[in-house]
Unconditional design. Structure first.
Length: 196
């Protein structure tokens, strides 16, 4: 009787072991580790070289001297109506940025001050709005020079000097007053293309 009882336990043990092996998935087939043949039916991808890419480092103080050179320009303009020149056109208001250069002048983009009727200029940290006038405008290169008659406007302002063209992948910062912003904006990135 003990033998039947013991053989029953052994049979039950092996049955449960077989059942457990059926429930586990089979391991994936192993790929051969030996050399593989190449031919017209199977091509191997070409080896690619790893090229190190320099990581741009942002300047530690992007607002340094530029903050004392950048101005906010608000221009009220009237676009002409070329289809009906006797009409006054639509009144528009735009905001742009400019920077102080030698000779107490401000350089900006021509589209900021085009067709202007009234221009005001603001310095960073100064709540006053100073009336300004367009001295020269060049629409072909989108540049304009603006002057401010107020004598105290240029006090403590630092004129910027023109530099060379930055190299590709060099770190640069863009300063300005984007639409809807009252404070200076700074964006840092890299030069990805230079076009003339």
């Amino acid at each position: 009787m003990k033998r039947i009882f013991l053989s029953g336990y052994v049979a039950l043990f092996f049955a449960s072991l077989a059942y457990a092996q059926e429930g586990t998935p089979a391991p994936p087939p192993m790929e051969p580790q030996g050399p593989q043949r190449t031919g017209p039916w199977k091509s191997s991808p070409p080896a690619q070289e790893v090229v190190p890419v320099p990581v741009p480092i942002a300047p530690p103080k992007p607002n340094g001297p530029v903050q004392k050179s950048l101005v906010r320009i608000t221009a009220t303009s009237v676009d002409p109506d070329y289809k009906a020149p006797w009409n006054a056109g639509s009144l528009q208001r735009g905001v742009g940025a400019g920077f102080v250069i030698n000779g107490n002048r401000i350089m900006t983009n021509a589209h900021v001050v085009a067709n202007n009727r009234y221009i005001t200029v603001e310095r960073d940290g100064d709540p006053n709005k100073y009336p300004a006038q367009v001295q020269f405008i060049a629409n072909d290169c989108d540049l304009a020079l603006v002057t401010v008659p107020a004598k105290d406007f240029f006090k403590n302002m630092v004129p910027l000097k023109f530099g060379g063209i930055p190299a590709l992948e060099s770190t640069v910062s863009a300063y300005g007053y984007p639409i809807g912003g009252e404070r200076m904006s700074v964006t840092t990135g890299i030069v990805s293309r230079v076009d003339f």
